[in-house]
Design a protein around this ligand. Structure first.
Ligand SMILES: O=C1O[C@H](COP(=O)(O)O)[C@@H](O)[C@H](O)[C@H]1O
Length: 261
């Protein structure tokens, strides 16, 4: 069942990144206090990397026990290990190399020169198996119930590497798929599917900038998930859209939150 999206609009993308970073620290600290560990799914793209950089600069980042945090990815550009366009390479630069993560808890999606070679579908199946192995009996299927799953929203409403009308966004069984012919380079990618995304407790969608305004308005105005994949991304307990004023500028009046900062 979908959760009703909650919207928070910040003045600009810098404030949005800082506020989202503060929110993530609190969420992770709370989960670690309750259970001992926490799990977060990272997104690539400008807003995801902006959040990680803000997290790295936040004094409260030391409140997180980084060694007890599981990191997963929502999608990956299927390129060789270390390629600067890979989401993991950018995440390492923005934050991950600076904090004390346990390497066995950093679940990187395979590279195109990795164990599966250039076969993106086999690599996706391998990642699905890794997720299934991490799922606990109380989880709701073959993926862990992530504490927070973050998604950047593309100007075409794509989330992760689920692009409008492509087969990946129609997937209802598999949790991870190879994506071929993506309209945004590179064309070959690996992505969580909507059923895997919806296993998360909280899904946070990040969008900043005027170029995202149309996509945000479409996804939140009742569009179908095949045409607007962001419309199909929601969490079990909470779905949060974290926006800046430019990205929120084309929202219909009745959707615009009354308070924003
Ligand atoms: O290619 C990708 O794009 C989206 C959105 O990126 P943005 O730069 O427009 O914010 C991103 O969420 C996804 O992880 C990435 O692979």
């Amino acid at each position: 069942m979908s959760t009703v999206p909650q919207l928070v609009v910040h003045r600009d993308k810098e404030l949005m990144a800082q506020a989202a970073a503060a929110r993530l620290i609190t969420r992770v600290v709370d989960a670690q206090a309750a259970r001992g560990d926490a799990s977060v799914v990272l997104t690539g793209g400008r807003n995801g990397n902006g959040l990680l950089a803000a997290l790295g600069a936040a004094p409260a980042r030391d409140a997180v026990d980084w060694s007890r945090l599981d990191l997963w990815w929502g999608d990956e550009r299927f390129l060789p290990e270390g390629d600067p366009e890979r989401n993991v390479t950018q995440a390492r630069e923005a934050l991950l190399d600076a904090v004390g993560l346990d390497p066995s808890r950093v679940h990187v999606m395979p590279a195109s020169d990795g164990p599966y070679g250039p076969d993106a579908d086999a690599a996706a199946a391998g990642y699905a198996a890794e997720l299934a192995a991490a799922a606990a009996p109380q989880d709701h299927g073959p993926v862990p119930e992530f504490d927070v799953l973050m998604l950047g929203v593309g100007p075409d409403t794509h989330v992760a590497s689920l692009f409008p009308e492509l087969p990946a966004v129609r997937e209802t069984e598999r949790t991870v798929v190879g994506v071929h012919g993506a309209p945004k380079p590179p064309p070959v990618r690996i992505s969580l599917t909507l059923p895997a995304i919806r296993a998360a407790r909280e899904v946070w969608l990040l969008a900043a900038g005027e170029d995202k305004a149309e996509a945000v308005a479409i996804a939140l105005s009742g569009a179908g998930e095949i045409q607007a994949p962001a419309a199909g991304a929601y969490g079990r307990s909470r779905t949060l859209w974290l926006l800046d004023a430019a990205a929120a500028s084309r929202l219909p009046r009745d959707l615009y939150p009354s308070a924003s900062a």
